[in-house]
Design a protein around this ligand. Sequence first.
Ligand SMILES: Nc1ncnc2c1ncn2[C@@H]1O[C@H](COP(=O)(O)OP(=O)(O)O)[C@@H](O)[C@H]1O
Ligand SMILES: [Mg+2]
Length: 227
Amino acid sequence: MEILKAENLKKYYRDGAVVKAVDGVSLSIEEGEFAALVGPSGSGKTTLLNLLGGIDHPTEGKVYIEGKEITSLKEKQLARFRLEKLGFVFQAYNLIPVLTALENAELILLFQGVEKNKRRERVMEIFRELGIEHLADRTPPKLSGGEQQRMAIARAIVHHPLLVLADEPTANLDSENAISIVELMKRLCKEKNISFLIATHDSRVYQRAERIIRLTDGKIVEDKRNT
Ligand SMILES: Nc1ncnc2c1ncn2[C@@H]1O[C@H](COP(=O)(O)OP(=O)(O)O)[C@@H](O)[C@H]1O
Ligand SMILES: [Mg+2]
């Protein structure tokens, strides 16, 4: 089943000359798919992820999630939709430093109005699956990079989204942690049937993807099964 579809997406910036950051991208993501978005720095990966996730508005084109067009939603509706359907993972983890790991991971459930005990139960269940339950009460500055990224992944999936968009999630990690993070995302993808689209130029990541979408100058130049 198709969960996300983009039609002729464009994002142009007027910075003196026109920068065509994303230049006519059409693609679809299937349920439970583990895909990598690759391309050199400046090829438009971050811009495309932000358009697909409704964080940024396209100059032209449309994004559909579960058949519903999100590009025309009002900001408030879009925020609610994003909160429910999507998860995000970033290069710099983006955890809130003054909150504990558990508090960071339960924020989305809090916004969704889930009651406290239920929130904690659900977060701790995910933490146990990720082997990080002993770190629940620590704040991010007291966690290693690999531990912070595990926390960020827990936060991204705790509400069981359809799709996780990850932007260079291993860029700040050593080799051992990078491999273990991508293996973890792949396991969650398969066990929980959550699709992943991971922007990366890290071969340790895209070698493990089932599909590789290659971007150059804002355009898809290749889209293949990775067997
Ligand atoms: N806010 C912006 N204003 C102007 N140009 C931008 C902006 N954001 C990104 N760009 C440009 O768009 C292109 C694609 O950037 P980006 O999506 O960050 O690529 P990547 O993530 O692949 O490195 C680059 O040329 C970048 O300089
Ligand atoms: Mg980027």
